[in-house]
Design a protein around this ligand. Structure first.
Ligand code: GSH
Length: 209
């Protein structure tokens, strides 16, 4: 069984938990309290010197970065390639969406919201504009496809839907994005383990209040 070092309020942790649920992989959950800086304890630094959650340990193999973990779980444990297609073009599109999620959408969303949540600063209009640009791009990506990377559910849908759920939680109005709204509503019903995401969002909600 794989160990997963995690914390419920962390969105990348929930993506991994949901992909594991979709693959029917049982994870031995190892909670880390980031507020008490448990991720900086020497035992954990030995496993992951970058001290981030999620961190997966499969026997003696340790891996972090949620999107890499999801790819690993599919490649090692899935009975088929549907969540991470082997076809080069389909896989390239999934990768593009995952990099977009990490490098642009999540980044810009956190750059906008986190200073407000953590330092109680006023919303920065420039950061808001940059986040909106990323959300608009996602809406364009979803214009002609049912899923985030084509016509089948892939790990890109898990990653992006969790990101969008955090956006929604912060009160950002997604209704004006027709394609995101259509896709996101269907993801809430279709994604295995969505309840895991909702439980984590409830924890996060307490920090936001
Ligand atoms: N890109 C990484 C992923 O997707 O796994 C982000 C990981 C990350 O920054 N996790 C945060 C964390 O572990 C929690 S959401 N923070 C503690 C630290 O960096 O010390």
């Amino acid at each position: 069984m794989c160990d997963l070092y995690y914390t419920p309020a962390s969105s990348p942790c929930r993506v991994v938990q949901m992909v594991a649920a979709a693959l029917k992989i049982k994870l031995r959950l190892k909670p880390l309290n980031l507020h008490s800086k448990e991720q900086l304890l020497p035992e954990f630094l030995k496993i992951n010197p970058q001290h981030t959650v999620p961190t997966l340990v499969d026997n003696n193999f340790a891996l972090w970065e949620s999107r890499s973990i999801c790819i690993y779980l599919v490649e090692k444990y899935a009975k088929d390639d549907s969540l991470y297609p082997k076809n080069p073009k389909q896989r390239a599109l999934v990768n593009q969406r995952l990099y977009f999620d990490m490098g642009m959408l999540t980044k810009r969303m956190y750059d906008f919201f986190f200073p407000q949540l953590i330092q109680n600063t006023q919303p920065d209009p420039q950061k808001f504009k940059e986040m909106e640009e990323a959300v608009e791009l996602l809406d364009i990506f979803l214009e002609n496809s049912a899923y985030a990377a084509g016509e089948r559910l892939t790990i890109a849908d898990f990653a992006l839907a969790v990101t969008v759920s955090v956006c929604e939680l912060t009160g950002y109005d997604l209704n004006k994005y027709v394609n995101i709204s259509r896709w996101y509503e269907s993801m809430k019903l279709e994604l295995p383990g969505w309840n895991i995401n909702e439980e984590g969002l409830n924890v996060l909600r307490q920090y936001i209040k």
